[in-house]
Design a protein around this ligand. Structure first.
Ligand code: URA
Length: 211
């Protein structure tokens, strides 16, 4: 798909979500996602929060400010990546998304990924990570790269968690530093391929580090 076709396909997808009344969280605004439709890296969070719901844009609150800083720390601009969420409407009171909410929005995220076709997906936090790597554990597997269906999955801590803990922030900053290297393809092959059910049996945590 060329860029114009991607833009059109994303617009159609957005319309389809708007018109799907069976989707949960109808009382909140749609936060579809934004960024370069040709992005190499796609960041995927959990669900919009208060400010995202107000503005209809992903990661614009405090977590978003940290995400912007991290993106800039590796010399990129926010507009050069694509940023989205699994669940595309805000759960009330910022509660965690429910399994059935994640399930309901999944096909739309899958389509969004198919259209953008990024080389690397960086899930932010465990909910998003477990969409790609159902058995992964965030503290063990963040900052490691995996291959799922021909794409690199590079789980990262959620920026909100990094705002609550300096240890998490340090790990997130460290993991971010490796993103440009991963894009350049100058690292070893991902050590785990799908089906990722093999993570625990095949790879011991201490063996997973590539860096
Ligand atoms: N947290 C998320 O997971 N997504 C957002 O868009 C904002 C905060």
């Amino acid at each position: 798909m060329n860029t114009a076709e991607k833009i059109e396909a994303l617009e159609k997808l957005k319309e389809a979500i708007k018109q799907d009344e069976s989707l949960p969280l109808q009382e909140s605004n749609l936060v579809f996602g934004e960024g370069d439709p040709d992005a190499t890296v796609m960041f995927i969070g959990e669900a919009p929060g208060f400010y995202e719901d107000q503005q209809g844009r992903p990661f614009v609150g405090r977590s978003g400010q940290l995400l912007n800083k991290l993106i800039e720390s590796v010399g990129w601009k926010r507009e050069q990546v694509y940023i989205s969420n699994i669940v595309k409407r805000r759960p009330p009171d910022n509660r965690d998304p429910l399994p059935e909410e994640i399930e309901a929005y999944k096909p739309y995220l899958a389509k969004q990924i198919e259209i953008i076709n990024p080389k690397i997906i960086a899930p932010l936090g465990r909910f998003s990570m477990n969409y790609f790597l159902p058995l992964a554990k965030i503290s063990r597997d963040q900052g490691h790269k995996f291959e799922v269906e021909g794409r690199i999955i590079y789980p990262l801590y959620h920026p909100a968690a990094a705002l609550r803990s300096t240890a998490v922030l340090t790990d997130l900053e460290e993991a971010f530093k490796h993103l440009p290297v991963i894009i350049s393809g100058k690292t070893a092959e991902p050590e785990v391929s799908a089906p990722e059910v093999k993570i625990e049996s095949k790879v011991k945590p201490e063996q997973t580090s590539l860096f």
